[in-house]
Design a binder for this molecule. Structure first.
Ligand SMILES: CC(C)(COP(=O)(O)OP(=O)(O)OC[C@H]1O[C@@H](n2cnc3c(N)ncnc32)[C@H](O)[C@@H]1OP(=O)(O)O)[C@@H](O)C(=O)NCCC(=O)NCCS
Length: 295
């Protein structure tokens, strides 16, 4: 760490910090970062946070990480998702964000976190710190005109009573970041996060999530349930929305669910999951995080 930069551990966020972050990271929207990353701005001890202040005591740089359990084939690893990395325009290119991140990562290592993941438009900033573009997400753009819904199914917006079933469906995924009931409640409450369910013979069997605050608009970034329901889920969701097409994002182990789209002549693309750094463990092969897990 640069010795001239004093980083400070902050237990919880406050209004001034959120105001600073909204000014840097949410200029183009009225949604606050505290609303669209609710788990990063919670009060629990599962968040590590570092800031730097100027001489007047104002925050000029910040980074935070949410610590959770990633479960894969019965093996659990501690994983942190880093987000809200920002430096005031007046203080950039002095090594401040680099110092904040080094300190945050040291903190994560001390807490036993094994893997750190982040999503960024500026990968070049993170590469010198050992983050590499890692993992695969499958993407397909599905025009609404191509779709219908199987007669035996009904797609509708979720109701509060559906949440337990949605969480159960998600818990059946082979690789996942574990979510508590309270995590779920906060995640589905994010503004412009539209959750839909597919009912077959009167039972909720699949779900899908489109949008998430200022991010992932027009994208079905998380879905769960049997692969055979995906075409109907997508068809039903597009029928309920205005977009002319829906981007469908899928875990790499769900490739077979996309076969009907390939049969329609649509291209399945492979995107990069995110930027990952191994802290105490190897980067696992099946690392994938669902849309609601991103900060
Ligand atoms: C990205 C950001 C946090 C960097 O903050 P900072 O305090 O200026 O960072 P540092 O001074 O530690 O920069 C370290 C290095 O990263 C480089 N860097 C900054 N932005 C970069 C980018 N977009 N691509 C590649 N390198 C970048 C700097 O040039 C500097 O390199 P150098 O030391 O070789 O000159 C800041 O520019 C910012 O807040 N940007 C807007 C929000 C944002 O994009 N956040 C990250 C989203 S995940």
């Amino acid at each position: 760490m640069n010795a001239r930069i004093h980083t400070e551990r902050l237990a919880t966020s406050d209004e001034d910090l959120v105001h600073f972050l909204d000014g840097v990271l949410r200029e183009d929207t009225t949604t606050s970062i505290a609303e669209d990353s609710p788990l990063l701005f919670g009060t629990g001890d599962d968040v590590a946070r570092r800031i730097v202040r100027d001489d007047a005591g104002n925050v000029v740089s910040h980074a935070a990480a949410r610590i959770a359990v990633w479960r894969s084939a019965g093996v659990e690893r501690t994983l942190a998702t880093i987000g809200a990395v920002a430096t005031a325009t007046t203080h950039r290119n002095r090594g401040i964000a680099t110092a904040v991140l080094h300190d945050l990562i040291d903190d994560l290592k001390q807490r036993g976190v094994e893997i750190a993941v982040l999503w960024s438009d500026v990968p070049g900033f993170y590469e010198p710190m050992g983050f590499t573009r890692t993992g695969v997400e499958l993407l397909v753009e599905v025009p609404r005109r191509l779709h219908g819904v199987a007669k035996s199914t009904l797609v509708r917006p979720m109701e509060p009573d559906d949440l337990n079933v949605i969480a159960e469906i998600h818990a059946g995924e082979p690789h996942l970041l574990v979510r508590s009931a309270s995590d779920w409640k906060r995640l589905v409450g994010i503004p412009r996060c539209d959750v839909y369910v597919l009912e077959a013979f009167g039972q909720v069997e699949a779900y899908g999530v489109v949008g998430k605050g200022h991010d992932l608009g027009g994208c079905l970034h998380e879905w769960g349930g049997p692969s055979r329901h995906l075409p109907s889920l997508v068809g039903g969701i597009t029928a309920l929305r205005r977009e002319s097409a829906l981007w469908v994002m899928s875990a790499p182990w769900r490739r077979e669910a996309l076969a009907p789209f390939t049969a329609m002549g649509l291209e399945i693309r492979e995107g990069v999951l995110g930027m990952v750094k191994a802290l105490h463990a190897e980067i696992p092969k099946n690392l994938y995080l669902f849309g609601l897990d991103s900060n």
